[in-house]
Design a protein around this ligand. Structure first.
Ligand SMILES: [Zn+2]
Length: 320
């Protein structure tokens, strides 16, 4: 895998959906690439501005309006700069996209072309040979959607860099991430100092974040997962009228009401997507009602298939 293990030739691009993911996910890897004489960049997708509970707690206010949210985002952008300094990463290595927290899925749906272009601009300028981003199955919706966007940005590139994924939410399952980085010398304390710079996050979640930061960093290698086009879920019929199926491919994104989605039912009861001309194919289920629970229940999965899917030629061009 080019860029791995790290050396002076490693050009690492880290994808962080929020301030603190760069440290939690890749705080050791960033230090090790720099120590080896390699180069790093970080794409910070959002400023983490939609983060109401820590903000209510620290600012002693109940109502969070747009002005307060912008102020919080600016504070978190500042925190990430301080964290990177602790990791030895120059400020010029940070590429903030300035998107809003909890909006990566909406960006994927509403502006796929612009979102991919923002990522491609950094890929083309920096030419990384190693990209490290959130895992597809991370249960935070911004993380799963960030993975899909990066995969779609890399799809079709002539010389695509190697891709590793890190898991922040659902880390109890991380043992199946086989690539492991252990801290060397002062790297662990520096990672903890970087984490401490994310003061807004340490107030309410410090214990969980410190526990994550004290573990070795684990990564999984990401390749296209070839399946048979079947969805990994069989949602109960009672929910079907409220369910929506989100399908993302390089050709575009469609958000189908479940009852109108181009699904066929196999004899064993599983559901298969009828057609998607461009691969990879990512799917996610969501409910069409508001919920205070932000984490994904039927989060993003890849159902890429090499089999010609029935109806592919009709459905493919409609995507997007
Ligand atoms: Zn995050």
């Amino acid at each position: 895998m080019p860029g791995w293990p790290v050396s002076a030739q490693t050009r690492l691009l880290v994808i962080a959906p929020h301030p603190d993911d760069e440290t939690l996910g890749c705080g050791l890897l960033l230090q090790q690439v720099l120590a080896a004489g390699g180069d790093v960049r970080i794409i910070l997708m959002t400023d983490g501005d939609n983060n109401p509970w820590p903000q209510r707690h620290l600012e002693r206010r109940l109502i969070i309006n747009d002005v307060a949210r912008r102020r919080w985002g600016a504070k978190r952008r500042d925190e990430v700069m301080h964290a990177l300094k602790q990791l030895g990463v120059p400020a010029s290595a940070l590429h903030p996209l300035g998107w809003h927290d909890m909006e990566v899925t909406r960006r994927l749906s509403d502006d796929l072309t612009g979102s991919i272009a923002a990522i491609r601009a950094v890929l083309e300028a920096f030419q990384p040979n190693l990209v490290c981003g959130p895992a597809l199955r991370d249960s935070h919706p911004d993380h799963g959607a960030a993975h899909v966007l990066v995969r779609l940005a890399l799809a079709g590139m002539d010389q695509a860099p190697a891709l590793l994924a890190y898991l922040v939410h659902g880390a109890g399952d991380a043992p199946d991430c086989p690539l492991l980085i252990e801290a060397v010398a002062e790297q662990q304390p520096r990672k903890l100092q970087a984490l401490a710079e994310h003061r807004t996050q340490m107030t309410l979640s410090g214990k969980r974040m410190r526990r994550l930061a004290l573990s070795p960093e684990r990564y999984m290698q990401v390749d296209t997962q070839v399946g048979d086009g079947r969805l990994p879920w069989r949602p109960p019929a009672v929910l079907h009228r409220w369910l929506r199926l989100l399908v993302a491919t390089p050709a575009g994104v469609r958000d189908w009401p479940w009852l109108e989605a181009p699904l066929v039912r196999d004899a064993d009861g599983s559901f298969r997507l009828e057609g998607a001309a461009c691969r990879p194919v990512f799917v996610k289920l969501h409910l069409d009602w508001p919920s205070p629970w932000i984490f994904d229940h039927w989060g993003w999965r890849e159902i890429t298939t090499t089999l010609p899917l029935h109806g592919e030629e009709e459905i493919g061009p409609k995507l997007g």
